[in-house]
Design a protein around this ligand. Structure first.
Ligand code: TYD
Length: 213
Protein backbone atom coordinates (compact mmCIF):
# COMPACT_ATOMS: atom_id res chain seq x y z
CA UNK A 1 0.00 0.00 0.00
CA UNK A 2 1.40 3.34 -1.09
CA UNK A 3 -0.10 6.44 0.59
CA UNK A 4 1.08 9.99 -0.05
CA UNK A 5 0.46 13.28 1.75
CA UNK A 6 0.34 16.52 -0.18
CA UNK A 7 -0.42 20.16 0.49
CA UNK A 8 1.05 23.65 0.42
CA UNK A 9 3.64 24.93 2.91
CA UNK A 10 2.34 24.90 6.47
CA UNK A 11 -0.44 22.40 5.77
CA UNK A 12 0.86 20.10 8.52
CA UNK A 13 1.83 17.11 6.36
CA UNK A 14 4.85 16.16 8.39
CA UNK A 15 3.04 15.79 11.74
CA UNK A 16 0.04 14.09 10.12
CA UNK A 17 2.22 11.54 8.32
CA UNK A 18 3.57 10.60 11.76
CA UNK A 19 0.19 10.33 13.47
CA UNK A 20 -1.16 8.31 10.54
CA UNK A 21 1.75 5.87 10.86
CA UNK A 22 0.97 5.45 14.57
CA UNK A 23 -2.67 4.74 13.77
CA UNK A 24 -1.82 2.17 11.09
CA UNK A 25 0.84 0.48 13.26
CA UNK A 26 -1.75 0.11 16.03
CA UNK A 27 -3.89 -1.68 13.47
CA UNK A 28 -1.00 -4.07 12.76
CA UNK A 29 0.30 -2.64 9.48
CA UNK A 30 4.03 -2.33 9.06
CA UNK A 31 4.49 1.31 8.07
CA UNK A 32 7.53 3.09 6.75
CA UNK A 33 7.65 6.90 6.59
CA UNK A 34 9.65 8.55 3.86
CA UNK A 35 9.73 11.87 2.02
CA UNK A 36 10.51 13.74 -1.17
CA UNK A 37 12.77 15.42 -1.79
CA UNK A 38 15.04 13.28 0.38
CA UNK A 39 14.28 9.79 1.65
CA UNK A 40 17.65 8.40 0.51
CA UNK A 41 21.24 9.43 1.25
CA UNK A 42 21.66 10.85 -2.26
CA UNK A 43 18.19 12.37 -2.17
CA UNK A 44 19.00 14.30 1.01
CA UNK A 45 21.92 15.91 -0.85
CA UNK A 46 19.67 16.81 -3.78
CA UNK A 47 17.13 18.18 -1.25
CA UNK A 48 19.74 20.52 0.23
CA UNK A 49 20.41 22.04 -3.22
CA UNK A 50 16.70 22.35 -4.04
CA UNK A 51 15.60 24.00 -0.80
CA UNK A 52 18.62 26.20 -0.14
CA UNK A 53 17.45 29.84 -0.20
CA UNK A 54 20.74 30.58 -2.02
CA UNK A 55 19.50 28.48 -4.98
CA UNK A 56 17.21 31.36 -6.04
CA UNK A 57 18.75 31.49 -9.52
CA UNK A 58 17.79 27.87 -10.29
CA UNK A 59 15.89 27.59 -13.59
CA UNK A 60 12.51 25.77 -13.72
CA UNK A 61 13.86 22.92 -15.88
CA UNK A 62 16.84 22.36 -13.58
CA UNK A 63 14.39 22.28 -10.69
CA UNK A 64 12.16 19.76 -12.47
CA UNK A 65 15.12 17.51 -13.31
CA UNK A 66 16.51 17.62 -9.77
CA UNK A 67 13.13 16.61 -8.30
CA UNK A 68 13.00 13.87 -10.93
CA UNK A 69 16.54 12.71 -10.09
CA UNK A 70 15.61 12.61 -6.41
CA UNK A 71 12.53 10.54 -7.28
CA UNK A 72 14.54 8.14 -9.47
CA UNK A 73 16.78 7.31 -6.52
CA UNK A 74 13.88 7.16 -4.08
CA UNK A 75 11.64 4.94 -6.21
CA UNK A 76 14.38 2.40 -7.00
CA UNK A 77 16.19 2.40 -3.65
CA UNK A 78 13.20 2.58 -1.30
CA UNK A 79 9.64 2.76 -2.57
CA UNK A 80 9.63 -0.26 -4.91
CA UNK A 81 11.62 -2.59 -2.59
CA UNK A 82 9.43 -1.65 0.39
CA UNK A 83 6.21 -2.20 -1.55
CA UNK A 84 7.56 -5.52 -2.86
CA UNK A 85 8.25 -6.56 0.75
CA UNK A 86 4.60 -5.89 1.60
CA UNK A 87 5.19 -2.75 3.67
CA UNK A 88 2.86 0.23 3.80
CA UNK A 89 4.78 3.25 2.53
CA UNK A 90 3.70 6.69 3.78
CA UNK A 91 5.37 9.38 1.72
CA UNK A 92 5.50 13.09 2.55
CA UNK A 93 5.11 14.49 -1.02
CA UNK A 94 5.54 12.67 -4.33
CA UNK A 95 4.67 13.14 -8.00
CA UNK A 96 1.61 15.37 -7.38
CA UNK A 97 3.97 17.95 -5.82
CA UNK A 98 5.88 18.12 -9.12
CA UNK A 99 2.61 18.68 -10.99
CA UNK A 100 1.47 21.38 -8.54
CA UNK A 101 4.77 23.23 -8.01
CA UNK A 102 6.74 22.80 -11.24
CA UNK A 103 3.66 22.42 -13.45
CA UNK A 104 0.83 24.63 -12.21
CA UNK A 105 2.95 27.18 -10.30
CA UNK A 106 6.19 27.41 -12.34
CA UNK A 107 4.38 26.93 -15.62
CA UNK A 108 6.15 23.86 -17.04
CA UNK A 109 3.86 21.90 -19.38
CA UNK A 110 1.98 19.40 -17.20
CA UNK A 111 1.76 17.06 -20.21
CA UNK A 112 5.58 16.91 -20.27
CA UNK A 113 5.74 16.20 -16.52
CA UNK A 114 3.17 13.45 -16.93
CA UNK A 115 5.09 11.97 -19.87
CA UNK A 116 8.36 11.93 -17.88
CA UNK A 117 6.58 10.16 -15.02
CA UNK A 118 5.16 7.58 -17.39
CA UNK A 119 8.51 6.96 -19.12
CA UNK A 120 10.76 6.84 -16.07
CA UNK A 121 8.56 5.50 -13.30
CA UNK A 122 6.08 3.36 -15.20
CA UNK A 123 3.52 5.85 -13.99
CA UNK A 124 3.80 4.55 -10.40
CA UNK A 125 0.90 6.21 -8.56
CA UNK A 126 -0.09 6.06 -4.90
CA UNK A 127 -3.09 3.94 -3.90
CA UNK A 128 -4.33 6.87 -1.86
CA UNK A 129 -3.38 10.54 -1.58
CA UNK A 130 -4.38 12.75 1.33
CA UNK A 131 -4.49 16.39 0.25
CA UNK A 132 -4.30 18.75 3.23
CA UNK A 133 -5.99 21.83 1.85
CA UNK A 134 -6.01 25.34 3.28
CA UNK A 135 -5.74 28.94 2.04
CA UNK A 136 -2.20 29.93 1.06
CA UNK A 137 -2.25 32.94 3.45
CA UNK A 138 -2.86 30.68 6.45
CA UNK A 139 -0.37 28.01 5.35
CA UNK A 140 2.44 30.47 4.72
CA UNK A 141 1.82 32.29 8.02
CA UNK A 142 2.02 28.94 9.86
CA UNK A 143 5.20 27.93 8.03
CA UNK A 144 6.95 31.23 8.82
CA UNK A 145 5.90 31.05 12.46
CA UNK A 146 7.59 27.64 12.72
CA UNK A 147 10.70 28.84 10.87
CA UNK A 148 11.01 31.91 13.10
CA UNK A 149 10.75 29.93 16.30
CA UNK A 150 13.34 27.44 15.05
CA UNK A 151 10.90 24.53 14.65
CA UNK A 152 11.76 24.26 10.93
CA UNK A 153 15.10 24.20 9.18
CA UNK A 154 15.91 27.77 8.13
CA UNK A 155 18.31 26.46 5.47
CA UNK A 156 15.30 25.03 3.56
CA UNK A 157 13.22 28.15 2.94
CA UNK A 158 13.53 28.68 -0.84
CA UNK A 159 9.85 27.86 -1.45
CA UNK A 160 8.50 29.64 1.62
CA UNK A 161 10.21 32.77 0.22
CA UNK A 162 8.12 32.57 -2.97
CA UNK A 163 5.25 35.06 -3.37
CA UNK A 164 1.72 34.53 -2.08
CA UNK A 165 0.51 34.34 -5.68
CA UNK A 166 2.93 31.42 -6.33
CA UNK A 167 1.48 29.51 -3.36
CA UNK A 168 -2.07 30.28 -4.48
CA UNK A 169 -1.21 28.66 -7.82
CA UNK A 170 0.20 25.60 -6.02
CA UNK A 171 -3.03 25.25 -4.03
CA UNK A 172 -5.22 25.66 -7.10
CA UNK A 173 -3.02 23.12 -8.92
CA UNK A 174 -3.45 20.53 -6.20
CA UNK A 175 -7.23 21.02 -6.18
CA UNK A 176 -7.33 20.61 -9.95
CA UNK A 177 -5.25 17.41 -9.87
CA UNK A 178 -7.49 16.03 -7.10
CA UNK A 179 -10.57 16.85 -9.16
CA UNK A 180 -9.18 14.79 -12.06
CA UNK A 181 -8.52 11.70 -9.91
CA UNK A 182 -11.33 11.61 -7.35
CA UNK A 183 -10.92 7.92 -6.57
CA UNK A 184 -7.30 8.37 -5.45
CA UNK A 185 -7.60 11.69 -3.60
CA UNK A 186 -9.16 12.58 -0.27
CA UNK A 187 -9.25 16.33 0.44
CA UNK A 188 -9.06 17.31 4.10
CA UNK A 189 -9.67 20.84 5.39
CA UNK A 190 -6.33 21.57 7.09
CA UNK A 191 -7.30 25.00 8.44
CA UNK A 192 -8.86 23.45 11.56
CA UNK A 193 -6.97 22.49 14.75
CA UNK A 194 -4.33 19.76 14.54
CA UNK A 195 -6.52 17.42 16.62
CA UNK A 196 -9.57 17.93 14.40
CA UNK A 197 -7.53 17.38 11.24
CA UNK A 198 -5.98 14.22 12.73
CA UNK A 199 -9.43 12.82 13.55
CA UNK A 200 -10.66 13.57 10.04
CA UNK A 201 -7.65 11.88 8.45
CA UNK A 202 -8.15 8.76 10.55
CA UNK A 203 -11.85 8.66 9.74
CA UNK A 204 -11.14 9.12 6.03
CA UNK A 205 -8.37 6.56 6.07
CA UNK A 206 -10.37 3.93 7.95
CA UNK A 207 -13.01 4.25 5.31
CA UNK A 208 -10.69 4.39 2.30
CA UNK A 209 -8.42 1.49 3.23
CA UNK A 210 -11.19 -1.05 3.72
CA UNK A 211 -10.88 -2.08 0.09
CA UNK A 212 -7.12 -1.59 -0.15
CA UNK A 213 -5.65 -3.87 2.53
P1 TYD B 1 8.69 19.63 2.24
O1 TYD B 1 9.93 19.28 2.94
O2 TYD B 1 7.56 18.68 2.27
O3 TYD B 1 8.24 21.03 2.78
P2 TYD B 1 7.67 21.34 4.21
O4 TYD B 1 8.05 20.23 5.16
O5 TYD B 1 8.34 22.65 4.50
O6 TYD B 1 6.19 21.44 3.97
O7 TYD B 1 8.98 19.90 0.69
C1 TYD B 1 10.00 20.69 0.29
C2 TYD B 1 9.63 21.62 -0.83
O8 TYD B 1 9.81 21.00 -2.10
C3 TYD B 1 8.22 22.15 -0.79
O9 TYD B 1 8.29 23.54 -0.82
C4 TYD B 1 7.61 21.67 -2.10
C5 TYD B 1 8.76 21.38 -2.98
N1 TYD B 1 8.56 20.30 -3.97
C6 TYD B 1 8.44 20.62 -5.32
O10 TYD B 1 8.46 21.81 -5.70
N2 TYD B 1 8.32 19.60 -6.25
C7 TYD B 1 8.33 18.28 -5.88
O11 TYD B 1 8.24 17.39 -6.75
C8 TYD B 1 8.45 17.97 -4.47
C9 TYD B 1 8.46 16.53 -4.03
C10 TYD B 1 8.56 19.00 -3.55
Amino acid sequence: MFITFEGIEGSGKTSHVRSTAEFLRDKGHECIITREPGGTRIGEKIRAILLDPLSKDMGPLTELLLYTADRAQHVSERILPLLAAGKTVLCDRYFDATMAYQGFARGIDTGLIDKIHGLLFENLRPDLTILLDLPAEIGLARAWKQINKGARNNEETRFEEETLSFHKKVRAGYLEIARLEPERFRIIDASETEKDVREKIIETLSDAIKGLF
